[in-house]
Design a protein. Structure first.
Length: 247
């Protein structure tokens, strides 16, 4: 499978998102320019968490989606489209038990196999460009003391060619992002929620004070907040920093 987009290959870098942003600040880049590295030693996930990847075993890359006209209040549409594209791609290669864990982790069974970090560049009153970082666990099999983390190889017992996989992922990302629209929330929400991890089930959560509580995942709000139904029947909406999944 060919790669019809510019690729910048690095042996090692701290963060592919940071590297791509530094280049973008100095010159104009083509749409879907990809920065990929075999060794990302300071990768960042959501909440500022680090993303640890064994060199040469996984896909760690970022790409530029430019020339957007997305209203900042609709930023979660981009999150849903990227998550759906990765779900599409991994379904196409036969990864079992896939689901999207809010807001944008990809799960196989009860284990995370992929993380996404989206950083939007706003000009005026529009999101103009977006730097989208993806960390996909591919051929790594040992994750030390990390719980509920796995890889494509662990899920399928197969070894994967990383650049073939990159092509599959980028094809599906381009397909999903080609029709990005401020008016697509309801359609995207329906599809996103149909693939949402543990939707309609009771799950345990933890608030910033460390208090654990049960809730039923009902869906997502237009702002991207998670909607939970609590024990007393009340429905609340939560920002990403307001709760953590407890396995």
């Amino acid at each position: 499978m060919g790669n019809p987009y510019p690729i910048i290959k690095l042996d090692a870098t701290g963060s592919t998102n940071d590297y791509l942003r530094s280049i973008l600040s100095a010159k104009t880049l083509e749409d879907y320019t990809v920065v990929i590295t075999e060794n990302q030693f300071a990768g960042r996930g959501q909440r500022g968490n680090s993303w640890v990847s064994e060199p040469g075993k996984n896909l760690t890359f970022s790409f530029l989606k430019r020339d957007l006209t997305l209203n900042p209040q609709n930023h979660f549409i981009l999150n849903m489209r990227v998550s759906l594209a990765l779900h599409d791609a991994l379904t196409a290669i036969g990864i079992p038990g896939l689901a999207i864990k809010w807001p944008n982790d990809i799960m196989s069974g009860n284990s995370k196999i992929c993380g996404i970090l989206i950083e939007n560049l706003i000009s005026g009153d529009q999101i103009r460009h977006s730097i989208i970082g993806i960390g996909l666990n591919v051929n790594q099999t040992n994750f030390g003391n990390l719980k509920h983390v796995s890889s494509l190889r662990n899920s399928t017992k197969k070894e994967f060619d990383l650049f073939y996989l990159l092509g599959v992922l980028m094809k599906h990302l381009q397909n999903r992002l080609a029709t990005l629209s401020n008016n697509s929330f309801l359609t995207d929400k329906t599809e996103y929620e149909s693939r949402l991890f543990r939707k309609g089930q009771i799950f345990s959560f933890e608030d910033p004070e460390g208090q654990k509580f049960p809730g039923v995942i009902m869906g997502v709000a237009p702002t991207g907040q998670l909607m939970l139904q609590l024990e007393d029947g009340q429905q609340n909406q939560y920002d990403f920093k307001m709760l953590r999944f407890v396995f």
